[in-house]
Design a binder for this molecule. Structure first.
Ligand code: PLP
Length: 351
């Protein structure tokens, strides 16, 4: 199986497993796990924040940040395609009592002028605009990178209006490797920011949320309340430390592989790529010209040994990661091209 379903599909490498086996551990809940503490210090430094908190998942990082920033009835401004809006089971509403005002951006990115229109004037009638959230990179939009000046303008405007700012940095390190701009610079204007360890970095579990010391103190209480406090979690944190040491620079290979896949699929009849600009580790293409839907296409692809995912009725997503090499990209592209050709040859009725 060539698994391009997501960069969450990575398996811990033998070296990572060894690092985990040798982790020095303690009681995480009491602040006594040396590996967790080292990981938190490391990520706080990486993101230029005072403190950080180890959490089981990225979704919990978003949720805890929202719980700290917002009160019931508050409004979060986020891009319409963002993870917070689409893939977190309505956690902001269900657990923080916050509502979301989605902004339609361009390729997942909105600018200060868009934000200006979404910030509400204070009124007895309106919800309180409270938090602006951005997603670096923008997943559903194709792994696109928010340019630094846009991040600065958006966050600057939010701050000028007294709003808090949050960066969902699930793939921030992809943006760092591709742009050459440091994570700290990109996160500088954001009150909270997190990175995912269990995506392209290859860890089995974990994400790290960073912010001011006060923010993290409150976040700790939410972690406890939500049942996210752990015990000898250093086993997991050791994987994170290993990944930050060994798996960051190599993200460039994933980006090269995504561009390679995009190039190989570019000439395939019946497949239409949303946008030829593959910026990081994702390739999206549309299969409507084949007369099939994305779910059907992906199911037939899986029978031939390639996993991708349907993202919308006719859009298919492929994500590159450390368990997929160049040869497998070539193989996957060939299998996709052959399937597309067969569907076209069979005609619309057979599809
Ligand atoms: C995957 C993802 C999340 C959630 O992370 P998990 O670790 O899977 O919970 C949040 N935001 C974005 C942009 C993601 O891609």
């Amino acid at each position: 199986m060539i698994n391009l379903f997501s960069d969450t599909q990575t398996r811990p490498t033998p070296a990572m497993r060894a690092a985990m086996a040798h982790a020095e551990v303690g009681d995480e809940q009491r602040g006594l796990d040396p590996a967790v503490n080292a990981l938190c210090r490391r990520v706080a430094g990486l993101l230029g924040k005072e403190a950080a908190l180890f959490l089981p998942s990225g979704a919990m990082c978003n949720l805890v940040a929202i719980l700290v920033h917002c009160r019931p009835g508050d409004e979060i401004i986020a891009e319409a395609g963002s993870h917070i809006v689409n893939f977190e089971a309505g956690g902001a509403a269900a657990l923080a009592g916050a509502m979301v005002r989605p902004i339609q951006g361009d390729r997942g990115i909105f600018v200060a002028a868009d934000l200006a229109k979404a910030i509400r004037a204070q009124s007895r009638y309106a919800p309180r605009s409270r938090l602006v959230a951005v997603e670096q990179t923008a997943n559903l939009a194709g792994g696109t990178i928010w340019p630094l000046p846009v991040l600065e303008e958006v966050a600057g405007l939010a701050r000028a209006h007294g709003l808090a700012t949050h960066m969902d940095g699930a793939r921030l390190l992809n943006a760092v490797v591709e742009s050459g701009l440091s994570a700290a610079d990109q996160a500088a204007m954001f009150d909270s920011c997190w990175i995912d360890l269990s995506k392209g970095l290859g860890c089995p579990v974990g994400a790290v949320l960073a912010g001011s010391a006060d923010f993290i103190q409150e976040a700790w209480q939410w972690k406890q309340r939500l049942g996210g406090a752990m015990r000898q979690a250093g086993i997991l944190a050791a994987a994170g430390l290993h990944a930050l040491e060994h798996h960051v620079d190599r993200l460039a290979q994933d980006h090269a592989n995504a561009r390679r896949l995009s190039d190989l699929l570019a000439g395939v009849p019946g497949l239409h790529q949303d946008d030829a600009r593959v910026e990081t580790n994702m390739v999206f293409f549309d299969v409507s010209a084949l007369g099939v839907d994305a779910a059907g296409f992906v199911a037939r692809l899986a029978e031939r040994g390639v996993e991708m995912v349907a993202m919308g009725p006719t859009r298919v997503r492929a994500v590159t990661h450390l368990d997929v090499g160049e040869a497998e990209i070539d193989q996957a592209a060939e299998i996709v091209a052959r399937l597309a050709k067969e569907i076209l040859a069979a005609g619309p009725a057979a599809a």
